[in-house]
Design a protein around this ligand. Structure first.
Ligand code: CMC
Length: 422
């Protein structure tokens, strides 16, 4: 097996090392390319570019495999709690029962946000998008915890910042939702676990104690685990690149939240439900909408289909599709858009356009139907994606800092005017 690759430029041959990952992936290490040849590589959308070596998540898009720290996503979604997975991603190993208890307790001790932050919620227009609020509120955490600005935090200080980030995210996400309804805010309770506490702040009433439906808790747990990391996607790469300038965790995560918001990334879950509603209102003719998605002169895209790396079924979508059926059945909900989704999926999977391009349903295709069944408005869907993705972003930020990676700074090929003068 070759351990070097050759590049020939202007008759001269240069050798570059070929490196192999633990799951057999191969890369040509071109770190010295410019020094040796004076050339750079050009790769729009980084379709062929590895930005780092990472030990967090493995993804094989051809085989439809996803593992966190070596554990298959199917096993984690079935057997683990979201906090266990968060710990696994951030610290590299599943926690013992004792460690998990301490992790949960540490988080519970930090779920309150500073009372002054509540004024920010009052300042946003009532119908403003929750992702805009989330991004700015998370960045604002850095103003309340200035110690996080210190680039060379000790491991203990870094861990405390991480705990605060995990803890305050649930409160911020729940407060955004409550504010959107014009309801009074519900404060966290330390006796609840991570997910129950979040559900309490979201759906609980001030005067009553809260008995969450176990079906809802289990669905939230599964959804958050499935979203927890996905290696170097758009938002995660953003977190790493912002963090690479020694920027603090809160601001780096805030940048990731903005990147996630777009409908080609995490915003797709909101876009899918809106698309399904539109198709339903239009009479439910899925063939018509498939034809629109295939028409290059029509800007319409089949939201929730296709993926940069999965050229096979997204393993998360398989789990979510099953969970969706189970949840609707347990909650006794008959959602007509589910029928449209299934018809659309069937039609697309047998259509040559989708087959040729290996376009399969992705994680966002069914998740919105579950979130809707749980009682969330569509504008909250991407916020819930962010809540799930948080441990992944943190783990990636932490890994990048521990590896002392250099500042992210791509190059370009200039194609503008030359030698102009005033
Ligand atoms: N509907 C119709 N055609 C599509 C779709 C789609 N959803 N996705 C890709 N294609 C076509 C595209 O037009 C192109 O065709 P051609 O080769 O004839 O020009 C071909 O498939 C390749 O697409 P691409 O845009 O070059 O692929 P990409 O890797 O740059 O984009 C994607 C990946 C996810 C942005 C894209 O598939 C898409 O826009 N999907 C819909 C949005 C969506 O569901 N996003 C959520 C992704 S999963 C959550 C996450 O992890 O972010």
């Amino acid at each position: 097996m070759s351990t070097t690759a050759e590049i020939k430029i202007d008759g001269q041959t240069y050798e570059f090392p070929v490196i192999t990952g633990t799951e057999g992936e191969k890369a040509i290490d071109i770190s010295k390319l410019r020094d040796l040849t004076g050339h750079i590589t050009l790769d729009f959308g980084y379709k062929n570019t590895g930005s780092t070596k990472s030990a967090i998540t493995f993804l094989d898009g051809e085989q439809g495999i996803l593992k966190y720290r070596g554990y298959p996503i199917e096993e984690l979604a079935e057997k683990a709690s979201f906090l266990e997975v968060a710990y696994l991603l951030i610290y590299g190993e599943l926690p013992s029962a004792e460690t998990l208890e301490k992790f949960q307790k540490d988080i519970s001790m930090h779920t309150l946000i500073h009372e002054d932050m509540k004024k920010f919620f009052d300042g946003y227009p009532s119908k403003s998008h929750p992702m805009a609020q989330l991004s700015s509120l998370v960045c604002s955490l850095s103003t309340f915890y200035p110690e996080s600005l210190e680039a060379n935090q000790s491991d203990e200080e870094k861990d405390l910042t991480i705990i605060k980030m995990l803890a305050k995210m649930t409160t911020i996400v729940a407060f955004i939702y409550k504010k959107s309804l014009g309801h009074p805010l519900i404060y966290p309770k330390n006796k609840y676990d991570y997910i129950t506490n979040y559900l309490w702040m979201t759906f609980g009433q001030r005067t009553e104690d809260f008995e969450p439906n176990p079906v809802v808790v289990s669905a939230m747990n599964k959804l958050l685990i499935l979203h927890a990391d996905h290696e170097q996607n758009c938002s995660t790469s953003t977190v790493r690149i912002v963090g690479s300038s020694d920027c603090n965790l809160y601001a780096s995560i805030s940048a990731g939240i903005s990147a996630l918001w777009g409908p080609l990334h995490g915003g797709a879950n909101q876009a899918v439900i809106e698309m399904l509603e539109k198709i339903k209102a239009d009479g439910g003719d899925t063939d018509k909408w498939i034809a629109k998605a295939k028409d290059k002169n029509d800007p319409f895209r089949m939201m929730g289909f296709g993926h940069r790396v999965y050229k096979n079924f997204d393993p998360r979508a398989k789990i979510i599709k099953k969970a969706c059926d189970d949840i609707l059945e347990s909650l006794g909900i008959n959602d007509p858009v589910l029928e449209i989704a299934k018809k659309l999926e069937q039609a697309a999977l047998t259509d040559q356009y989708f087959i040729d391009r290996k376009l399969y349903p992705n994680v966002d295709f069914y998740s919105g139907i579950i979130y809707r069944a749980l009682g969330f408005p569509s504008e909250m869907f991407t916020v819930l994606f962010a809540l799930g993705r948080l441990p992944g972003w943190i783990a990636q930020w932490k890994e990048m800092r521990s590896n002392k990676e250099p500042i992210g700074r791509p190059r370009q090929i200039y194609v503008g005017d030359v030698d102009k003068h005033m």
